[in-house]
Design a protein around this ligand. Structure first.
Ligand SMILES: Nc1ncnc2c1ncn2[C@@H]1O[C@H](COP(=O)(O)OP(=O)(O)OP(=O)(O)O)[C@@H](O)[C@H]1O
Ligand SMILES: [Mg+2]
Length: 358
């Protein structure tokens, strides 16, 4: 092997906490049909980052995460955690190494028969951590997630957000290098969602733990992830730093997810008047989506030059994420030119939709 290859491998070991190399997972239905739940995915998760994996229902997110925590073996490809090929290890060694991956779930998966303390201490009991150390560490973790006053309570007396805090403390019990989160905030209300994401972010900053966060919500990605991978139909369709994906989404799937984070609304009186049918209408209302470097004013300017001063900006919602501007604007124009306007924008790689006519 060339010296370069050796160096390259070492460099990889330094930089990436999780590496998936051309990983596929194929299931077979009882009728023998193949389901490619994960299809040829190559993914590099840098150490210490919060890495988002986003996809719609059935995209293969949970399957992917089960491959990373080695609960499932890939049909083909390699899975490396901190440079180690876990699947090549004998079973005993594997279960020890598995401790380097902690996990939290949408439904918390707490043991109802155990107290907060009992839940957090469980992984340490199973791993044979001595009692004194167990007690000390569990108390410290429970304090870390802000639940010291609930330590003797049972899960049924806790709110969803509190249950997820217990689950986070439990996931951290054996000091993992990676924390996997499968839709951990999907069952929570917006306030608890924000608090749990904030807690994950703080733990990431304080401990340097690598986080892989599975979600179907782009708002979650926007609020805490450094990088994001988008999967669709088991395939990885786009991957990169969050700000880059927001500023230059390449695929329609990515654009669609970004659109869901954009909330510009029509004034409600106008919304009530809006019709779907352009016949006899005077004005059309359009929503335009900006993805950062498509600056809004030169575009409207160019549109005005082409169509005359026919566009009015009704409302504008430009947001900033990681220093990148993106958002949407609602404009009106004469109904007769709405189709031409959409085509004009599309030619400049700006997506838009006709909301209706008045
Ligand atoms: N054990 C299994 N046996 C057969 N098919 C499976 C199995 N697990 C998952 N699948 C199929 O693989 C595909 C991906 O499923 P997966 O649960 O990974 O999606 P997901 O992105 O997590 O979806 P959701 O957002 O609904 O949780 C789906 O078509 C699913 O039906
Ligand atoms: Mg899932």
């Amino acid at each position: 092997m060339a010296e370069n290859d050796v160096l390259r491998h070492d460099a990889g070991k330094e930089r990436y906490m999780v590496e998936l190399r051309n990983v596929s997972k194929i299931y077979h239905t009882p009728k023998g049909r193949e389901i490619r739940a994960v299809d040829g995915v190559t993914l590099l998760v840098p150490k210490g980052k919060i890495f988002g994996v986003i996809g719609s229902s059935g995209a293969g997110k949970s399957t992917l995460i089960r491959l990373i925590n080695v609960l499932e073996r890939p049909t083909s490809g390699e899975v490396l955690i901190d440079g180690d090929d876990l699947l090549a290890l004998p079973e005993r060694e594997l279960s020890r190494k598995r401790r380097s991956v902690g996990m939290i779930f949408q439904q918390f998966n707490l043991l109802e028969s155990r107290t907060v303390f009992g839940n957090v201490a469980l992984p340490m009991e199973l791993a044979g951590v001595p009692k004194e150390e167990r007690v000390k560490r569990a108390a410290k973790l429970i304090a870390r997630v802000g639940l010291s006053d609930r330590i003797r309570q049972y899960p049924e007396s806790l709110s969803g957000g509190q249950k997820q805090r217990v689950a986070i403390a439990r996931a951290l019990a054996l000091s993992p290098k990676v924390l996997l989160s499968d839709e951990a905030t999907s069952a929570l209300d917006p306030a608890n969602t924000e608090a749990i994401l904030e807690l994950i972010r703080t733990i990431n900053r304080e401990t340097g733990i690598t986080v892989i966060l599975i979600t179907h919500e782009m708002d979650v990605v926007k609020s805490i992830c450094d990088e994001v991978a988008i999967i669709s139909g088991g395939k990885l369709v786009e991957q990169g730093p969050v700000r880059e994906i927001f500023s230059r989404p390449k695929t329609e799937v990515a654009k669609e997810f970004i659109r869901t984070t954009v909330t510009t609304k029509l004034p409600s009186d106008l919304e009530e008047k809006l019709r779907k049918d352009p016949d006899g209408a005077e004005k059309a209302y359009l929503r335009i989506f900006f993805t950062a470097d498509s600056e809004e004013s030169p575009l409207i300017h160019a549109a005005s030059e082409k169509f005359g001063d026919l566009f009015d900006i009704i409302s504008s919602g430009i947001e900033t994420s990681s220093g990148v501007k993106f958002g949407s604007e609602i404009i009106s124009c004469p109904a007769g030119i709405s189709a031409a306007a959409v085509a004009f924008l599309a030619a400049r790689h700006v997506s838009s939709e006709v909301l209706g006519y008045v």
